[in-house]
Design a protein around this ligand. Structure first.
Ligand code: GUN
Length: 282
């Protein structure tokens, strides 16, 4: 029997725990989100993050900027947020509009307010095996979800498809720290099907609808689908869920798998940064 990795209910459980912890705080954690441009998917993601933050009892500030905003405009906002002691966490929604140097923007965030763990300070610490202030939300959510279902990572062959800074790269580092044997694939990888057939766990973050079918999957493999693809037939993941499901021991659905875990981890990171900043002020 295939087990569905229910990210939605675990995320709900974590959200309720965060809500309880927040109730006793007099000063509430505050998350600031910079949303540049009018990417419709980004607008939905930011709205969902804001709603979740407010449900938990955090304060939330969304700063919308027009797509014509310059790098200097965006940087000015980041400098103000860095200095503002009422702001605990800063998120710049990605992707940024074409022509904006994403690296320059992300690097301007004070690492202790870097809720995504994307600055070179935090990411570098993660790569070196030191504790960063925050771990990137999607990888952290994936590992929490696997651990919730008592899935052993140590010694397992894990294939990560996609090498983005948001998911592929950080999740591969975090899995290695859990003693997994990690293979990284990208769009140039040859014989992906054969490589994929060796994997005990497949984590797909490529953004190609229904790309992974049963012939990529070893019997009883565990599948984590990070893809959120908008198609004419609605939302779907990188995995052809109906085709692959019966061949897996565990699989995440889309929606209701990794997506809600990412938001829950963003909220957890916000509270962690708040606590860290309070400690540093003592
Ligand atoms: N865009 C897609 N995923 C993410 C994420 O985890 N963080 C940010 N800042 N932007 C994203």
């Amino acid at each position: 029997m295939t087990v569905i990795l229910d990210g939605k209910s675990l995320a709900n459980k974590i959200t309720e725990e965060l809500k309880n912890k927040t109730q006793s705080l007099t000063n509430k954690p505050k998350l600031a989100v910079l949303l540049v441009g009018d990417n419709p998917a980004s607008q939905i993601y930011v709205k969902n993050k804001q709603k979740k933050a407010e449900y938990i009892g955090f304060e939330s500030l969304v700063i919308p900027l027009p797509k014509e905003a310059t790098e200097d405009n965006i940087l000015e906002h980041i400098y103000i947020l860095n200095e503002d002691t009422n702001i605990n966490a800063i998120l710049v929604q990605l992707p940024l509009p074409d022509g904006i140097n994403q690296k320059r923007i992300i690097e301007a965030i004070d690492p202790i307010k870097d809720v995504d763990g994307f600055t070179s300070y935090n990411f570098g610490r993660l790569a070196l095996g030191y504790k960063p202030y925050t771990y990137p939300c999607t990888p952290k959510g994936i590992i929490k979800l696997l651990e919730e279902y008592n899935i052993e990572l140590s010694g397992k062959n894990v294939l990560v498809i996609g090498r983005s800074n948001i998911v592929g790269k950080p999740v591969s580092l975090m899995l290695q720290q859990k003693n997994a044997t990690v293979t990284m694939a990208n769009s140039y990888t040859q014989n992906l099907r054969e490589i994929s057939k060796q994997a005990d766990i497949i984590i797909s973050a490529v953004g190609k609808p229904k790309f992974i079918t049963q012939d990529y999957i070893k019997d009883d493999a565990i599948i984590v689908d990070v893809g959120i693809n908008r198609t004419d037939n609605g939302l779907c993941g990188d995995i052809d869920f109906e085709n692959a499901k019966e061949h897996t021991s565990h699989i995440t659905p889309v929606p209701g798998g990794v997506g809600p875990m990412t938001i829950a981890m963003l909220m957890e990171n916000t509270l962690e940064l708040y606590n860290l900043q309070k400690e540093l002020l003592l």
